[in-house]
Write a protein that binds this ligand. Structure first.
Ligand code: FPP
Ligand code: MG
Length: 267
């Protein structure tokens, strides 16, 4: 492809646009670094299929672009110093999508866990990888890939990367209630001793801070059963872009908005 011709107004505006975007990103990053960073960022990655159809792609390609975006996202999180990242990859409801689509997603999850286990960044930054959700219902090959990634990173603790697959917030709370009820029945627990801290300790996220910021893409403004208990006090940020279309600038804006809200309301 020929280099853009800077003498035409079209290329000039293109070049100007890039320079402006880069300057905005630099300014945002500077501001972000001077202010409190969310410790735990949780993301509802929505809009893969709409992105695909808007770009004349097959649904499967939209999900592949979604996976590629997570690769970029990891860099962005490391760049600003976010310690805990949790992404919603598949809800229990999503499992009732057409079998071919679910199969494609399972292939992607398998590949993603195998890739992450040998990702240079994971070892350099000591990122512990985990999957949360009902993994028993996942195909054996996906479970095996998850185990590979979890085993390869089990001793790391500087950063955390959690992937919610076959996850449902209500199911998670119901399971915690079951465990506590069994303890009560066995006479080992006084019902009056049950408090919010004890419930938190029985969730997948027992060793993690609650999310400070929950970001959802695609313009939908719902929590959709994601980290229900844990997001009780989280800031919510909704972006209109489809997940695969999220840019570094969108990401930085979300973090900066979180910071300005914190300042304003003094949480
Ligand atoms: C939401 O878009 C996305 C999903 C249900 C799947 C999420 C999967 C990925 C981002 C790819 C791979 C993930 C990992 C962890 C490797 P949608 O399908 O609901 O699209 P729509 O909202 O436009 O219908
Ligand atoms: Mg969706």
């Amino acid at each position: 492809m020929a280099a853009p011709d800077p003498t035409t107004s079209k290329s000039l505006s293109g070049l100007f646009g890039v320079a402006l975007r880069e300057a905005t990103e630099r300014r945002l990053l500077e501001l972000i670094r001077k202010n409190p960073i969310p410790r735990h960022l949780a993301i509802i990655m929505d809009g893969n299929r709409r992105f695909a159809s808007a770009h004349g792609m097959l649904t499967a390609e939209g999900h592949v672009r979604g996976k590629d975006k997570i690769e970029e996202l990891l860099d962005w999180c490391l760049e600003v110093g976010i310690r805990v990242l949790t992404v919603f990859a598949l809800s229990t409801e999503n499992l009732s999508r057409p079998p071919e689509e679910v199969d494609d997603l399972m292939d992607l999850f398998e590949k993603s866990f195998r890739d992450i286990a040998v990702d240079e960044r994971v070892h350099r930054y000591r990122i512990r990888v985990r999957s949360i959700g009902d993994r028993e219902i996942l195909p054996r090959r996906v479970q095996a890939a998850i185990e590979v990634a979890e085993r390869a990173t089990k001793d790391y603790d500087a950063y955390r990367y959690n992937v919610a697959i076959a996850y449902g917030g209500r199911d998670e709370i119901v399971e915690a209630i079951r465990v506590l009820a069994r303890e009560v029945r066995a006479g080992r627990l006084d019902p009056e001793a049950i408090d919010a801290k004890m419930v938190s300790e029985h969730l997948y996220t027992s060793d993690l801070p609650d999310p400070d910021l929950v970001l959802r893409t695609s313009g939908e403004e719902r929590i959709s059963n994601f980290l229900l208990w844990q997001s009780a006090y989280s800031e919510l940020y909704f972006s209109d872009v489809m997940w695969p279309g999220l840019t570094r600038l969108d990401f930085l804006r979300a973090i900066r908005t979180f910071q300005t809200r914190q300042r304003r309301y003094g949480h």
